[in-house]
Design a protein around this ligand. Sequence first.
Ligand code: URA
Length: 237
Amino acid sequence: MIRLDKFLGEAGLASRRELKALLKAGAVTLNGRPVADGAVKIDPERDAVCFRGAPVEGPRRLVLLLHKPAGYVCSTEDPRDRTVMELIPERYRRQGVAPVGRLDKDTEGLLLLTNDGALAHRLISPKYRVEKCYYARHAGTAGEADAAAFAQGLVLRDGTRCRPALLRPLGPGESEITVTEGKYHQVRRMMAARGMPVDYLRRDREGSLSLAGLEKGALRELRPEEIAALREEAGEK
Ligand code: URA
């Protein structure tokens, strides 16, 4: 069960304030009867909600790709810091999108946001092994021994064991790292465990998606075929 105003808001019909007026004006019917009270609880599977005579579908499944700049935290609210939600236009926020997993405040790069909770769970879960690929600038220079340690499954300084990962040295102080899980500060901690603390980190790829063509701070909706590919990569039939 969900509040009628929340259901209408997530369907992207209007802002909360506009909805109040529309409800009052009798623009919304519930099972054929005008309803003015947005607090009424409905069952979206059983109840028929119409707006100006047309059936209202549940929220459209939406996936956004954001090029996250540094300085924003990946939560929907925060008492101190700016959140990535400030970079998301109101019309998407109304549809209930939230970040898929977290990038650190100082990490830049590819961040997905969606209102599809099941898909978000699969993308984050190590079980489905969706690849996340990072570019790191760090102290020292990575070599074969570091790559071998990553491939074996690194043990972090606190004893946490990581899944096998790919470390590709790009040159002095630069590497590409591909992981299939998302432990707290994972890449920074993996690199620190090899004596190469990271001073800049950017996620360039998640599954088949890349940042290509997207300026820092910009976002775009994924196309249906991109969402379908992502679902497949995350093990959805
Ligand atoms: N690993 C990290 O250490 N930080 C991130 O933001 C993402 C992966």
